[in-house]
Design a protein around this ligand. Sequence first.
Ligand code: CDP
Length: 223
Amino acid sequence: MSNNIVIAIDGYSSCGKSTLAKALAKKLHFIYIDSGAMYRAVTLYFLRHNVDLNNHEQIAEALKDIHLNFHSRDYQTHITLNDEEVSEEIRQMPVSDNVSSVAALREVRHEMVKQQQRMGRSKNIVMDGRDIGTTVFPDATLKIFMTADPKIRAERRYKELHEKNPDITLEEVFENIAHRDYQDTTRAESPLVRAPDAIILDNTNMTPDEQLQFALDKVDTIK
Ligand code: CDP
């Protein structure tokens, strides 16, 4: 049995999971793993190689050719897809528009979950995503389920994306978030759902510092 600490942060799209996860990892000197970046990188590969999402053989072949790696720098997500740095490209709309369909595929989830479990086997980690507290680490030391008002979530994400892509509209971002939430909560394979033992954190009216303090207080109770 390993004694490492796993903090699982799940929740809806764009509700600040990664902001909290990064801050928490930094404060606790844990490793931060952005599981969404993995599904996004797989999606980028599938888009580039025109992988047919109905063709199980093609999906299995593609997964064999995909090698993902995280490079930790300043607690930001740096992910490589077959040695190419794709951290910026995976945040763009073409990937956002397709990621939830790719993430619903059983073969894809199976492979990603296996890799995520390997990463958390012996180290203290904070991992954020949709199924971390339910499927990846059902025995996580601490589970937080995050949510926030959908309008606020869209505004926050719009601000982030608009800096680099001035053509993007708030409506487009809102639609994407709503659509992904729908796909993520209704899919057959490990849908987004709160683990019964996860603590709910609604950060609609909270600053990043306040949510960090909220999480640190919970961490104190498990130490
Ligand atoms: O940052 P944002 O909340 O927009 O999304 P993300 O964490 O980058 O995840 C992108 C997409 O990957 C989600 O909408 C899910 O469809 C999928 N995902 C998943 O299915 N399981 C995870 N553990 C993480 C992400």
